[in-house]
Design a protein around this ligand. Structure first.
Ligand code: PDD
Length: 276
């Protein structure tokens, strides 16, 4: 399959430069966009978030996001991708290694590729388990940067415990998970951490909140504690392409009756109608 390198679609080969700042500092931003039936879902929202992440890091995007979007859509077409994801990142560019920003005029480097991925509808229907782990990330988790080591360590802990996710907490407060947002249901209402600097404002999270408005399910964007998580009626996580996964157990604590919850199922059904 083909990749995007800056604004060129080319063969996917080893054209990575060892002095790309993405390598040396994780100095860049990224997006993962879901593709359903050949169409990227919520592309404009992803491009808006990309623009914001770049702005917060004072990284000049090489092209207006409208053109980046066109290039990504072209890549999906060329690769004839039906089901899967687009991975894209923009680094601050290629320069001799110095921590501070490179010379003005250094070109940012954009790369993107697509990956076929079948739907995980089984996991979405049946749910999975999660582990808890301390959130040791920096205080700008709202920026989708390439620096993902704390997320990598957390997710590995989940995998080693046969879990789908690691749910992060800062002290008592649940923030999000290693690569997804977390919602709890209590007495028919949803709770999720507010979209501040402690979490990534997920595109899936945002569309769930919109759907809940239409479904007349109240969503409280407010913090909740680890105890409240463990005693919730339902718990689910949300992320691009994984959509919504019910969490049936956290560490050793069963959630509700240990089965995917009714409200979670209702939201999942309505989320699926966005692309089916
Ligand atoms: N991760 N929180 C974190 C820390 C994430 O990495 C992600 C997504 C989300 C969910 O955001 P969205 O709904 O926009 O995908 C929340 C992507 C999928 C990844 O890194 O692979």
């Amino acid at each position: 399959s083909k990749m995007l390198y800056n604004d060129q679609i080319m063969e996917r080969d080893n054209n990575i430069n060892i002095e790309d700042r993405a390598y040396q500092f994780g100095d860049g931003v990224y997006e993962v966009i879901g593709v359903y039936d050949g169409t990227p879902l919520m592309m404009d929202e992803h491009m808006e978030r990309l623009e914001r992440s770049a702005r917060e890091l004072r990284l000049n995007l090489p092209l207006p996001v409208s053109e980046i979007k066109n290039n990504l859509e072209k890549l999906v077409d060329v690769n004839e991708l039906e089901e899967g994801i687009i991975y894209m990142q923009v680094s601050r560019g290629i320069a001799s290694r110095e921590h501070a920003f490179p010379e003005p005029g250094t070109q940012a480097v954009t790369i993107a590729y697509t990956r076929e991925e079948t739907r995980q509808s089984d996991l979405e229907d049946k749910g999975g388990t999660a582990v808890l782990t301390e959130d040791i990330r920096w205080l700008r988790c709202d920026i989708k940067t390439l620096n993902l080591l704390p997320n990598v360590m957390a997710k590995q802990k989940a995998v080693e415990n046969n879990s789908v996710e690691a749910i992060l907490h800062r002290g008592d407060i649940v923030t999000e998970a290693s690569a997804s947002n977390v919602f709890i249901v209590k007495n028919g209402e949803l709770y999720t951490h507010p979209a501040d600097n402690y979490i990534l404002n997920g595109i899936t999270r945002k569309s769930i909140i919109q759907l809940c408005n239409e479904l007349n399910i109240k969503v409280n964007e407010q913090t909740y504690t680890v105890d409240e998580l463990l005693s919730a009626d339902e718990v689910f996580i949300s992320a691009t392409k994984q959509d919504i996964i019910p969490i049936l157990k956290v560490d050793d604590q069963m959630i509700g009756d240990g089965k995917p919850g009714k409200i979670t199922h209702k939201i999942l059904k309505s989320f699926r109608s966005l692309y089916q």
